[in-house]
Design a protein around this ligand. Structure first.
Ligand code: IPE
Ligand code: IPE
Ligand code: MG
Length: 256
């Protein structure tokens, strides 16, 4: 990305920015990136993994506390079997190849999304990643895998109903904090900034509850082309937003 594009995104001012604590990314456009080059979609997904590696490094260096990425949605099972199995292989390979390095970088990994019906070898790798890195104190890297916002809320509602039935919770005690505590993301602050690549302007069932007041940034770049400079420009664009949370006064761009 050149300086003119950067200036267009940031308004030209590259000075002091307020940093988001939690950046969430909808990594979209792998397939179109490949198709545009006359390549199979799977090549786009592989290039997408490289972009993810770069982005994790950029997030570590930038000092954001949380990076969440949308890796596979609860609706992505609708894709052809071959593509689904390629995506599963890529996830397996990513964890096998990168886990040690992420651990060395002090990254703490957490996976959100439904676990029912996932292949045992995937489940084992997800648990291994969470267990190995659970005590790390650097970047919190959250992977939304087999994730859908509505599915997460429905699973949380079922757990709440079970807690009420077991006498551990009363209906009168249910409030926003209690609901948030039953979600997969319990304990994780809401995203301050959501970036979606590929030009699509929708959430596609990503963090439905958590994004109520997130700042949205839609970029006309396919995910495999997302670079460190896009990440920096996104942080700068965030720093220029006014967040009001329903009030009249802008609240500091960093929450909590
Ligand atoms: C994002 O890229 C990766 C996943 C959804 C797993 P896509 O595969 O959605 O790429 P496009 O949107 O078809 O270009
Ligand atoms: C969202 O992208 C899911 C991921 C990036 C993993 P999709 O490509 O599945 O979303 P739609 O279908 O275009 O809304
Ligand atoms: Mg897509």
């Amino acid at each position: 990305m050149n300086d003119v594009m950067l200036d267009k995104m940031t308004g030209g001012d590259k000075t002091a920015i307020t940093r988001p604590e939690h950046v969430a990314i909808i990594m979209d456009g792998n397939g179109r990136w490949a198709t545009q080059r006359g390549l199979p979609r799977s090549v786009g997904h592989k290039a997408g993994v490289e972009a993810l590696r770069r982005t994790i490094r950029a997030a570590c260096e930038s000092g954001v506390g949380y990076l969440t990425v949308f890796g596979f949605s609860s609706e992505n099972w609708k894709r052809p079997d071959e593509e689904v199995s390629q995506l599963m292989s890529l996830l397996r390979r990513f964890i096998r190849r990168d886990l040690a390095e992420l651990h060395r970088q002090n990254v703490r990994i957490k996976v959100v999304g439904g676990r029912d019906g996932l292949e045992p070898n995937i489940l084992a790798l997800l648990s291994e990643a969470e267990e190995l890195t659970g005590q790390n104190s650097g970047l919190n890297f959250v992977v939304a895998f087999n994730y859908g916002g509505r599915d997460e809320i429905a699973r949380a509602a079922a757990r709440m109903a079970r807690a009420v039935a077991a006498g551990e919770l009363t209906p009168g005690e249910v409030n926003e904090d209690v609901v948030a505590g039953f979600l997969d993301t319990a304990g994780i602050p809401d995203p301050d900034l959501v970036i979606r690549t590929s030009g699509e302007q929708r959430l596609s069932n990503f963090l439905t509850w958590q994004c109520a007041y997130s700042e949205m940034l839609f970029l006309d770049v396919y995910w495999p082309d997302f670079s460190d400079s896009h990440f920096q420009a996104a942080l700068e664009a965030y720093g220029r937003r006014d967040r009001r949370f329903g009030g009249l006064e802008p609240v500091s761009a960093v929450q909590g």
